[in-house]
Design a protein around this ligand. Sequence first.
Ligand code: IMP
Ligand code: MG
Length: 180
Amino acid sequence: MSARQVTLHDKSFSVYFPSEDIRLAVQKVAGEIERDLNGETPLFIGVLNGVVPFAADLLREMQVDCEITFVKLSSYSGTKSTGQVSVDLGLNEKIAGRTIVVLEDIIDTGLTVEKILNLLEGENPKTVKVASLLYKPDAFKGNYKVDYVGKEIPNEFVVGYGLDYDGLGRNLKDIYKIVE
Ligand code: IMP
Ligand code: MG
């Protein structure tokens, strides 16, 4: 059993989505992606660091051939987006003609994924889709569609299952929300 409440740095968090809910959300996303593939072998592009547990679980739910690579971007400091996205590790893969699915742990303002979509645009992919385990529609400012969403959540800060608060919490099996 995991703890109902955890403390990371100076803040407390309580369980929001237990691991079983997460598993079902990941299965749902994998099923939707597969349904749209039309026999293509997708290249997943995961956004480090937070996407690691989601990417690992999603990959193992896929019943068809697929490939994965990662990019690293950062925009968050503490519990807030800085509004600036920096690319810490870029793309090396051949993108031209590929079916791309960008994978995120959470889409908040949407700036991080927008930056990746802009990078991909010049590389002539066949199609680009976006999949995120969590999505905060009330915070979203992007000009693109989030094609696959595990769970929509209100504008609250969450940790666990890859998501961190200043580096901590990524190892938690459940997803927790901040106790205000
Ligand atoms: P966006 O660019 O504002 O969409 O933010 C995306 C990134 O910010 C995510 O990949 C996370 O790394 C981080 N982030 C956004 N919301 C949260 C949250 O509630 N908890 C932890 N990290 C978050
Ligand atoms: Mg992330």
